[in-house]
Design a binder for this molecule. Structure first.
Ligand code: SF4
Ligand code: F3S
Length: 101
């Protein structure tokens, strides 16, 4: 089991989540972050940090977001670790509003 970053992260990339991760298992591309399921220790600390509720326990994922289990596993291993908060994307404020947060 692991935690999973889902589509709400796209075009946001707030990165508040990375600061609290005790095992540095977040990886990033230009659009969003992914969790390496081999490294995640299921602590859940990242979940309340995300302003757009993008992170789920994989066992509680809505069916519509199930594809993100494989996407996190695949992409995280090919992308660099991110363990320091960065500026959100320029599109983040608009995307957050669009998502209803
Ligand atoms: Fe990191 Fe814990 Fe979130 Fe897993 S659940 S990504 S270990 S903060
Ligand atoms: Fe993405 Fe939320 Fe982290 S928007 S970068 S999962 S704080």
């Amino acid at each position: 089991m692991a935690f999973v970053v889902t589509s709400n992260c796209q075009r946001c990339r707030f990165t508040d989540c990375v600061d609290v991760c005790p095992v540095d298992c977040f990886h990033a591309d230009a659009d969003m972050l992914y969790i390496d399921p081999e490294e995640c220790i299921d602590c859940g600390a990242c979940v309340p940090e995300c302003p757009v509720e993008a992170i789920f326990d994989e066992t509680q994922l809505p069916d519509s977001q199930r594809e993100w289990v494989a996407l996190n596993k695949d992409r995280s291993t090919k992308l660099p670790v991110i363990n320091k908060t960065q500026e959100p994307l320029a599109t983040a404020a608009a995307r957050k509003k669009e998502l209803g947060f």
